[in-house]
Design a protein around this ligand. Structure first.
Ligand SMILES: [Zn+2]
Length: 263
């Protein structure tokens, strides 16, 4: 049985988790006196891993805060731009070189991220618990299309991928985590995330198709799985895709209405 009501409002792209009629406006929510903000967030379907600032009556609080009757609760995502005043971010600071762990349904996105040189592991285990433990142990950011997965306690940093198309997903991730200045093609193997290094033609000649051997002299090999790469037509396609990503990303940044402003 609820003990009282609070007024709760979600900002920016946290509204993506709400039904259309509840978006972008304060909502009167019945709660129990024992419930923390984290409990309330999860009961309305918002994973804590996407929440960066919580304010109760305009004061910043933590996830363990228990709101009281008639409190005004405001929940903000990462990158929300506040007009003024100090805020207390709850998400850990992003490392200089963010590393990712993707759930197994995001295989195409994993390949595209590796193509851009981003450290990206794809989870091949069985349970959500294993994935969460692995992310915690390896300090990797979880990317998933499964909201429930992001509600697991030991996932400190994660993001729910909104789009279904892999190219759009890539754009989403690059904007969310500011990865545009970290693009480094021909650095990671698209198949396994291993590092690729230049090797002499002589070393790999026996494994090359005849026409490739005749036309190309520069070769790279994955240190982990041994896949051989060269700058053929697939490389030109890759450069085009990366160019498009950067152009679209810059355009999105200019026009993004995702991150509003509040005092
Ligand atoms: Zn490899």
């Amino acid at each position: 049985m609820p003990d009282f009501s609070i007024k709760i409002r979600f900002f920016g792209n946290l509204n993506d988790f709400l039904s259309a009629k509840k978006r972008y406006k304060p909502c009167i929510t019945p709660v129990g006196g024992h419930q923390t903000v984290k409990d309330i967030l999860e009961s309305v379907g918002i994973p804590h891993a996407e929440v960066n600032v919580i304010r109760v009556n305009r004061c910043c609080v933590s996830f363990s805060h228990k709101p009281g009757a008639d409190d005004r609760v405001e929940i903000f995502p990462l990158k929300y731009q506040f007009k003024s005043g100090q805020v207390l971010p709850l998400l850990p600071q992003l490392p200089a070189q963010p590393r990712f762990l993707l759930d197994e349904h995001l295989g195409k996105l994993a390949k595209l991220m590796r193509m851009c040189g981003i450290d990206t592991r794809l989870f091949h285990g069985k349970t959500d618990r294993e994935l969460a433990d692995m992310a915690s142990r390896m300090k990797r950011i979880v990317l998933t299309r499964d909201v429930e997965l992001l509600k697991r306690k030991n996932i400190k940093r994660g993001y729910w991928i909104r789009n279904q198309d892999p190219e759009r997903q890539l754009n989403e991730v690059f904007n969310r985590f500011d990865l545009f200045d970290k693009i480094n093609p021909f650095f990671r193997c698209m198949l396994c995330n291993g590092l690729i290094k230049m090797v002499s033609k002589k070393t790999v000649a026996a494994r090359l198709p005849f026409r490739t051997r005749a036309f190309f002299n520069e070769y790279y090999r994955c240190n982990s799985c041994g896949k051989i790469y060269w700058k053929g037509s697939h490389f030109i396609k890759m450069e085009k895709r990366i160019g498009k990503l950067v152009r679209t990303g810059k355009a999105l940044k200019k026009t993004s209405g995702d991150f509003g402003a509040t005092g």
